[in-house]
Design a protein around this ligand. Structure first.
Ligand code: COA
Length: 373
C-alpha cells in the first residue's frame, strides 16, 4: 500500500478573544434582565428563574479559560447575546472560506507546495456556511488550485474523516496532493443565553496537506500508519438547523443551536474512543509506551485526561497529551489538528503518535501517525 503522509499543517486564529470573565459577566447581566422582566411569571411559578453562570464552574468542568471568535460584538451585549455580522455579498469570500485561505497558505508553505500542486480540496467542518456551491470549490478558485473539491460534515470528527478520505483518494489514484481545511466557525451555533453551553465553543480554522511519501519534500512529515473510523447514532449532541426550517408551521427557537446531554456524552463516548484507539494500537502492534504524543479532540480537559489514562495505563506526563482548549475552547473538528500543529515538533523520526477526534454522531476518527522525516 502506498505510504501517505501529512506534510504540512496550518492554523488560522481569529484575533478577538472572549475570556470566561467577560462571558460570565454578560451572561449574569442577561440573567438579571430576564428575571426582572419575567418577575411576575417567575413568582407565579410559570417561568423558571435563570441562575448565574460562574468562571469557577466553567474552568473546573471543562478546562476552558478563553476562546477566539470572529465577531465579538453582540456576544457580550446582554440585550443581544449572539454574534452580529452582515451577510457578505456574492463577490466577497464567506467567513469560512476566508479563514480557510489563511490556514491553507501556512500549510502549503510548511509542505513546500504551491496551490498548483493541489488536485483535491476537502472542506470538512461541523457547520457548512451554505449548502452550495461548495465552499471548497470557492476556496479552490481563490487559491488557484486544480482538480476537484467537495465539502463534508461529520461534526467533531470532520477533520479526521476528511484526512482518511484524502488518504483513500491518494491510494485510489484520484488525487495526488490533498488540502483538507476545517473552518470551524462555531460561535453562531452557541446559545449564549444557556448557562449549560454558553462557554463551550470558539472559532478557528485548521489545514493539512496530505500526499504520498514519495512526493513529500517538507522538512518534517508524518506517515499515516493506520486509520480507524467509527460511528454510532446518538441524539445526545444535536443541532437541527435546516434548509427546510421555513416550511414548518411551528418554529423551534432552539433549532439553530448546539445542544447536548454533556454527562451522557462523557459517559457513552469515552468507552467508544478507548475501544477505537486500543483496537488500532493492537492491529498495528503499538504498545502504550511507543506512543510519544496523544493529539486528542479538545472538548473537555477531564475527558482528555480520562482518555489518556485509559490508553497509556498511567497519568499522561506534561506535554504528552497537549491541551489547547484552555485558550481555544472546543473548536469542534479543528481541536486535535491545532494540538498536532502546535505540538508536533518535539518528535524524532520513527516516533509514533495518535491523533483522535470524537463528538456528535457519535463519531470517532483515529489516525496513527509516525514521524517520517
Ligand atoms: N455555571 C455554573 N453552574 C453551572 C453551569 C455554569 N455555566 N452550567 C451548569 N451548571 C450547573 C448545573 O446546572 C448543575 O447543577 P446541579 O448539580 O444543581 O443540577 C451542575 O453545574 C453540574 O452540571 P453538569 O452539566 O452535570 O456539569 P458537568 O460536570 O457534566 O460538565 C460539561 C458539563 C458540558 C462541561 C461536561 O459534561 C462535558 O464536557 N461533557 C462532554 C461534552 C463533549 O465532549 N461534547 C462534545 C461536543 S463536540
Amino acid at each position: 500500500m502506498k505510504k501517505v503522509v501529512i506534510s504540512g499543517s496550518g492554523v488560522f486564529t481569529p484575533e478577538s478573544i472572549v475570556t470566561n470573565e467577560e462571558l460570565v459577566a454578560s451572561f449574569n447581566q442577561y440573567v438579571d434582565l430576564f428575571n426582572a422582566e419575567n418577575a411576575e411569571a417567575i413568582n407565579a411559578g410559570e417561568v423558571a428563574a435563570l441562575e448565574y453562570s460562574s468562571c469557577e464552574f466553567i474552568e473546573k468542568a471543562s478546562g476552558i479559560k478563553s476562546r477566539h471568535v470572529l465577531y465579538k460584538d453582540g456576544i457580550l451585549d446582554p440585550n443581544t447575546m449572539q454574534p452580529v455580522f452582515h451577510k457578505r455579498p456574492e463577490d466577497q469570500l464567506p467567513e469560512m472560506v476566508e479563514m480557510a485561505v489563511a490556514a491553507a497558505k501556512e500549510a502549503l508553505v510548511q509542505a513546500g507546495k504551491t496551490a498548483a500542486d493541489i488536485d483535491l480540496i476537502i472542506c470538512a467542518a461541523s457547520n457548512i456556511q451554505r449548502p452550495y456551491p461548495a465552499l471548497s470549490i470557492e476556496l479552490q478558485k481563490e487559491l488557484g488550485a486544480g482538480g476537484y473539491a467537495f465539502d463534508m460534515n461529520v461534526a467533531c470528527s470532520s477533520a479526521t474523516f476528511a484526512i482518511s478520505n484524502a488518504v483513500n483518494a491518494i491510494r485510489g489514484g484520484t488525487a495526488s496532493v490533498v488540502l483538507v481545511v476545517n473552518p470551524e466557525f462555531a460561535s453562531p451555533q452557541v446559545n449564549y443565553t444557556s448557562r449549560d453551553s454558553h462557554f463551550i465553543f470558539g472559532d478557528v480554522c485548521t489545514a493539512t496537506i496530505i500526499e504520498a511519501a514519495e512526493t513529500a519534500t517538507a522538512e518534517n512529515s508524518y506517515e499515516i500508519l493506520g486509520m480507524k473510523l467509527k460511528t454510532e447514532f446518538s441524539n445526545n449532541i444535536r443541532c437541527d438547523v435546516s434548509y427546510v426550517d421555513h416550511c414548518h408551521p411551528e418554529v423551534d427557537p432552539e433549532a439553530p443551536f448546539f445542544r447536548q446531554q454533556g454527562r451522557k456524552v462523557f459517559k457513552e463516548l469515552l468507552p467508544l474512543v478507548a475501544d477505537v484507539i486500543q483496537g488500532e494500537m493492537d492491529r498495528l502492534q503499538i504498545a502504550p509506551d511507543d506512543l510519544k504524543r496523544l493529539w486528542l479532540h479538545q472538548a473537555n480537559i477531564n475527558m482528555n485526561i480520562f482518555a489518556a489514562r485509559k490508553i497509556l495505563g498511567r497519568d499522561p506526563e506534561a506535554g504528552e497529551a497537549p491541551l489547547v482548549l484552555d485558550t481555544y475552547a472546543n473548536t469542534a473538528s479543528a481541536g486535535s489538528i491545532i494540538a498536532f500543529h502546535q505540538n508536533k515538533q518535539g518528535l524524532v523520526v520513527g516516533d509514533k503518535a495518535v491523533l483522535c477526534s470524537f463528538g456528535a454522531g457519535y463519531s470517532v476518527g483515529c489516525l496513527m501517525l509516525q514521524r517520517n522525516r
